[in-house]
Ligand binder design. Structure first.
Ligand SMILES: Nc1ncnc2c1ncn2[C@@H]1O[C@H](COP(=O)(O)OP(=O)(O)OP(=O)(O)O)[C@@H](O)[C@H]1O
Length: 280
């Protein structure tokens, strides 16, 4: 079969077979938050592959939930490729300890953030940690951070469906996941993997957000589809997941992520279906 051919039936069979068949949190220990913190809901943001905008969607959800008055935290579980602190203007900042606990960084809008970048001496250093160290960092970020009272802790998961992503899934009490996709070739295979990973953990999929879905011409408003036509409807039909909206390619969004002004510049009412799905 050519690389671009999608064997939809095979994916569907595989997903169908696995759905609901595995006990939740089978495997590694489930981390426990410290007694000075209370987290009502832990929600994961996942993607079947890297670079599709998982951190962007995590940032949008966090910003919109905080604007609605919820107490929000972000655990950047993308330990080796963290991008959350920069988006929120926390570049170069370091978290500090209180006793044996860590005080998370806080964005201007009050979002509490814990990320590898906030503990590295130099945030541009590559993180060359292997499995046990990655897991040790994740455990500390969840258990030893003084989160305080949090309504929604959003977990920016490592990209893909490999070992690290699976372990993160198994170690945190994730209540539901938002899947991020993009309109590119093979995306259904990739989304299929993410759906399957959630199914293996018995974690509900809240729905799919398609990022980089189209681009609007600033002159005439005409919609262009540089990455090809949207596959969101096909994904919704094939995997029986909710459509949580499409995000256009917007150079202003990319610039605000780079400048650390994302939170104040994000227009109100972004991906409302996804925000409501997390709140439900
Ligand atoms: N809709 C968009 N419009 C413009 N730029 C975007 C959009 N979505 C993402 N980007 C840019 O693309 C880059 C990758 O996005 P992001 O970090 O959110 O992806 P990711 O899936 O979390 O990546 P990784 O796999 O590295 O964790 C960032 O520089 C981001 O600003």
């Amino acid at each position: 079969m050519a690389e671009n051919d999608i064997d939809r039936d095979a994916i569907k069979d595989e997903v169908d077979q696995i759905f609901g068949n595995r006990p939740k949190h089978e495997g590694p220990e489930l981390y426990q938050v410290n007694d000075q913190s209370s987290i009502k809901h832990v929600i994961g943001v996942i993607s079947g592959k890297g670079g599709v905008g998982k951190s962007l969607v995590t940032g949008i959800l966090a910003t919109e939930l905080a604007r609605k008055g919820h107490k929000v935290g972000i655990l950047d579980a993308d330990i080796t490729g963290p991008s959350i602190p920069k988006m929120f203007g926390l570049s170069g900042l370091h978290v500090f300890g209180q006793g044996d606990k860590i005080i998370p960084a806080q964005s201007k809008g009050g979002i509490k953030i814990m990320s590898t970048n906030l503990v590295l001496e130099n945030e541009n250093d590559p993180v060359l940690w292997r499995g046990p160290m990655l897991m040790g960092a994740l455990k500390q970020f969840y258990e030893d951070t003084l989160w305080g009272d949090i309504d929604y802790l959003l977990v920016d998961m490592p990209p893909g469906t490999g070992d690290v992503a699976l372990t993160v899934f198994q170690s945190l009490p994730i209540e539901g996941v938002v899947i991020v996709s993009s309109p590119q070739d093979l995306v259904q295979v990739i989304v299929g993997k993410a759906v399957k990973m959630a199914a293996m953990m018995n974690v509900p999929v809240l729905g799919v957000v398609e990022n980089m879905s189209y681009m609007e011409c600033p002159e005439c408003g005409h919609k262009l589809e540089p990455f090809g036509p949207s596959h969101l409807q096909e994904i919704v039909d094939e995997f029986k997941v909710a459509d949580l909206g499409r995000i256009p390619i917007d150079p202003k969004v990319a610039a605000s992520c780079d400048a650390g002004t994302f939170e104040s510049e994000l227009p109100e009412g972004f991906i409302p279906e996804a925000v409501s799905a997390v709140e439900a």
